[in-house]
Design a protein around this ligand. Structure first.
Ligand code: LLP
Length: 429
């Protein structure tokens, strides 16, 4: 990871800032985000989408991966769009003065309140998941005398999460309209009839942390095939296609993400070929990367507490956080790399289980981790925690959520304050 270095004192640095000093200044656990790295990835996506689609495209940051006002401000500055899936994410974006027209509102069960709120905000698109929502949105927009741009979420029937990805007919997913049952075409017809909706295109998302290009290429082909069918059956030529997110990142050495250029080039080639073959005007292309924008830019700092060796079995190194700030190990057995931030220049010859502080045996950050020898008081850094950590944090055991700090050019600034005990009882009556 090129944004991480070791300084003269043997400390880990991120964005030119000493992580041990960050832990002292802001306390632990602490989320640290490298702003330059985030901006670099955004610019890469922007450039690449521009090049591949002749300027007719926009990357949206999937804010579920990491959502706070500061990231919305950065996305606004980088000229990115935003994908939100709840009133809360939308509210955060609005508080950061993010341009509503560049927001697409997702979700498989948007409430009446969320729909009204999003119409009031003037979000650019609703990504409609089902017919219940389609009717509710049409009604609400009518009452509010607005017209809503919509994309329909389609299930392209591609399962990218098997070892060898597969194209199935019916994919068992709660999201979107099925193609093969005719449900998707019915939805198109219903959308065209709906007075207060303007159907601009379709959307798909095939999964997350994907390391192959083929599933994305196939999804694009399936979607364009559907656009051709829509044109043939209704005469309507859809102008927009959102291809979702899902690009894999490097958590550990063995992870081998495909270079983004390869994704972009191969997918755009498929898009162009299909458009020629099907005689379609090339649609505007949206993408929705989340993890790949913030994942590798973040790390979490903890203070080491008790170190407990169970002879012949394992050594537990306990830290002052755990599943409350990173639930990904207990949920998905996710692999992470960790280092002792104040001893990175020493050999990583200590095989340990990194344990959290919650009342739950499964509350681990990592098993079989190889780190530097450590003792209570050392600072442990867990790497690549920028995505789906802060955004999935909880207050289990009434543990306050950590602070979030952004670093850039050797300087750090607080973006989210650490929760206090008072915050924890704030809504208690
Ligand atoms: N668009 C849609 C419609 C999505 O559902 C998602 C992710 C994304 C975009 C962004 O995907 P990404 O580029 O981040 O892979 N909590 C899980 C990940 C859940 C992803 C859900 N949807 C985790 O921690 O791995």
């Amino acid at each position: 990871n090129d944004n991480l270095q070791v300084n003269k004192t043997g400390h880990l640095t991120i964005g030119g800032v000493d992580t041990v000093e960050l832990a002292e200044e802001f306390g632990t656990p602490l989320y640290v985000m490298d702003e330059s790295k985030i901006r670099q990835v955004c610019q890469m996506y922007k450039r690449s989408i521009d090049k591949c689609y002749g300027g007719n495209g926009l990357p949206l940051f999937a804010s579920k991966a990491f959502c706070c006002k500061e990231i919305c401000r950065i996305m606004k500055e980088e000229g990115m769009g935003l994908d939100v899936v709840s009133g809360g994410e939308l509210y955060t974006a609005m508080q950061a003065e993010f341009p509503a027209a560049l927001i697409q509102f997702h979700g498989n069960n948007k409430t009446q309140e969320e729909i009204s709120y999003a119409l009031t905000c003037g979000v650019g698109h609703f990504v409609v998941d089902n017919l219940t929502e389609l009717r509710l949105l049409n009604q609400t927009a009518g009452k509010m005398q607005r017209k809503a741009n919509i994309l329909l979420r389609i299930k392209p029937g591609i399962d990218a999460h098997t070892h060898q990805f597969i194209r199935t007919g019916q994919i068992d997913s709660k999201f979107g309209f099925a193609l093969e049952t005719g449900e998707a075409m019915e939805a198109v017809k219903a959308a065209v009839q709906a007075e207060n909706l303007l159907l601009t295109g379709v959307h798909c998302h095939i999964g997350s942390q994907i390391f192959e290009v083929q599933p994305f290429v196939l999804a694009a082909k399936v979607m364009l095939g559907f656009m051709r069918d829509v044109k043939a059956e209704t005469g309507l030529e859809l102008q927009e296609l959102n291809l979702g997110g899902g690009f894999g990142i490097k958590y550990v050495e063995t992870d081998q993400p495909v270079p983004y250029d390869q994704y972009m080039e191969q997918v755009s080639e498929a898009v162009h070929t299909c458009c020629r073959e099907y005689e379609l005007t090339p649609p505007k292309i949206y993408m929705e990367p989340g993890r790949s924008i913030v994942g590798e830019a973040g790390l979490t700092l903890y203070k080491v507490g008790a170190v407990k060796t169970i002879p012949d079995i394992r050594t537990y190194v306990s830290v002052d956080g755990g599943m409350t700030d990173n639930p990904r190990y207990i949920l998905y057995q996710s692999a992470y790399e960790a280092v002792v931030a104040n001893k990175v220049d020493q050999p990583a010859d200590f095989e340990v289980t990194i344990a959290g502080r919650c009342c739950e045996s499964g509350d681990l950050i990592q098993e079989d981790a190889r780190i530097q020898q450590c003792t209570p008081g050392d600072i442990l850094a867990v790497l690549s925690t920028g995505a789906y950590n802060y955004s999935m944090a909880s207050n289990y055991n009434r543990v306050p959520r950590p602070a979030v700090v952004f670093v850039r050019d050797g300087k750090a600034r607080l973006a989210v304050r650490r929760e206090t005990y008072a915050d924890l009882v704030h809504n208690d009556i």
